[in-house]
Design a protein around this ligand. Sequence first.
Ligand code: ATP
Length: 238
Amino acid sequence: MSTLLSVERLMAGYGQARVLHGIDLHVDEGEVVVVLGANGAGKTTLMRAISGLIPSTGSIRIGGAEAGGRPRPEKVVAAGVSLVPQGRGTFAALTVLENLRIGAAVRRDTAGIKQDIEHWFEVFPVLHQREGQVAGTLSGGEQQMLAVARALMSRPKLLLCDEISLGLAPIVVADLFAVLGRINRESGTALLLVEQNAELALALASRVYLLEVGRVASSGAADEFRDNDAVRRAYLGY
Ligand code: ATP
């Protein structure tokens, strides 16, 4: 399996405040990887740095090509990495359909874009029913489905999901994770999931990185993390 995303010695922060202190992490093609960590560990900062939304130093390689100290967000998307940001991140004043079209901004294949919109409407029928509705008036779960579908409209090889379970009812979260699992199995899209609520993410993932104050405190197979008492207490609540 070849490496899709490789991050080495990644440092990033805000102004003078450094949040990430040299992260090493990789995701192979088709792999599902979860990043766990307490509030403030730097998970969102990591996702934003990989996506080129904040400056960073160190190395970010996508598909073997160096993306640079500060890769441009549109370059990252064009290279095959797409982010579902924390807090939904849909365009509230635009309709469902317009949001999906924006997700395909890096593509030029009009027929393929149309096909993909139809495909995601099949996967998320509620989005089809609400295609003309502005995103801001969708329910939290619907907005999160739209954020996922929009990120997938660029046909990424790797989907970054920043706490997509946050604030959603358990049944909605279970549905979303089931869809993510299907997407991974059927199209081979790799997933890098950031989660505080780890149960479903751990069930889907094969590997885990545990982030503590901007550093990788440990990493390994998801099974081992599920069986680890300290991890269970901290992230699984039992
Ligand atoms: P959570 O699970 O609470 O979302 P996280 O692991 O995603 O936490 P980050 O959001 O990456 O953590 O935040 C890491 C640190 O960076 C925190 O101390 C936070 O206060 C700080 N931080 C985040 N965003 C900014 C910002 N825009 N400006 C300044 N500091 C920030």
